[in-house]
Design a protein. Sequence first.
Lengths: 218, 218
Amino acid sequence: MDIARIALNRHTCKAYDPARKIPAAQVEQLKTLLRFSPSSINSQPWHFIIAASDEGKARIAKAAQQGPYAANGTKILNASHVVVFCARTTMDDTHLASLLAQEDADGRYPTPESKAAQSKGRSFYTGLHRYDYKDTQHWMEKQVYLALGTLLLGAAALEIDATPIEGFDPRILNEELGLREQGLTSVVIAALGYRSADDFNAKLPKSRFPMERVISEL
Amino acid sequence: MDIARIALNRHTCKAYDPARKIPAAQVEQLKTLLRFSPSSINSQPWHFIIAASDEGKARIAKAAQQGPYAANGTKILNASHVVVFCARTTMDDTHLASLLAQEDADGRYPTPESKAAQSKGRSFYTGLHRYDYKDTQHWMEKQVYLALGTLLLGAAALEIDATPIEGFDPRILNEELGLREQGLTSVVIAALGYRSADDFNAKLPKSRFPMERVISEL
């Protein structure tokens, strides 16, 4: 598969055709990509909220109607589906215990020793971020971006247009969706669907720094 | 394309066959995936160091030979290729100017007004992170994880095994590769190649939280 060609052909969609909807089978593929995204120590420190209804998209767009964010509100309203990527606000022992129980139920621990070793290794990494780096929230949000990267390339492979959106007010969105009460915070949004004739970015060449500036070899 | 199937079939490789090397044409695809990864405001706040030589991999492995990191050192030494994902340590005006010049050279600005508008929008976002959120470093590192997500799914599509590695000492790696002097810091590593018979993880089922726990619909 020429996955590099897919990466070269994708672009950030700037205007969606509100009449075109992503077929259900492809929505399932997008959900699988999100759910099975890798994360450090399999921590899955996330939740994904998907809006397909006009009402759901309107609620999300409330956080992107102010000043410089307004153009993003329009994308959110016209896209077929919109994903709000949320991070957990804690990486607590309850979460770690339920992670280990899920892996056990899924058959990853042939012996009690292998389960104990995984738990110990995971404690090392969560402790590193909690006590040494003191960056647990950022660490979790990085995993969310890993899922965003997975979704954007996956959508392109399915010939679905997408727009990663940082330009929104997370306080408004957290309040609108009651995210804090659920131990979550909104991190980034992805709009998904099919571009309209107004998508000027589809006609512009992609731009990146030259290979030699961003890659060196050892 | 059944990209979800590819995501379901990938796994974190725990042991590499040192004799198997990624063909040159596929290495080029991996480099294209990295170079063309999306990033917020196209900021490309990164540099990727790729080691294919034994000497290069040994230099990287120096940062993963201590205590709990030792198993990662072995993966780094036995993988075909190893990518060190670096973030910039500043998002300064020189970088922003060279970004705008690159986009101009690549033909993204049909009018001076469109170029000025892009520069203004970009200043808004860099200012937001510099002055309001005060999280520029974390913001840049999130983009690096977006590139990591792109690479991991892309490698799976090319049937290349991969291992995302946070378990290394970035101070040792920064010093070994002289990264600070280049305005860079190491963030995460990916080993790439082909699994050996010792890769116990290839035989274990994947585990993730159930769909209803990680995805909700609006």
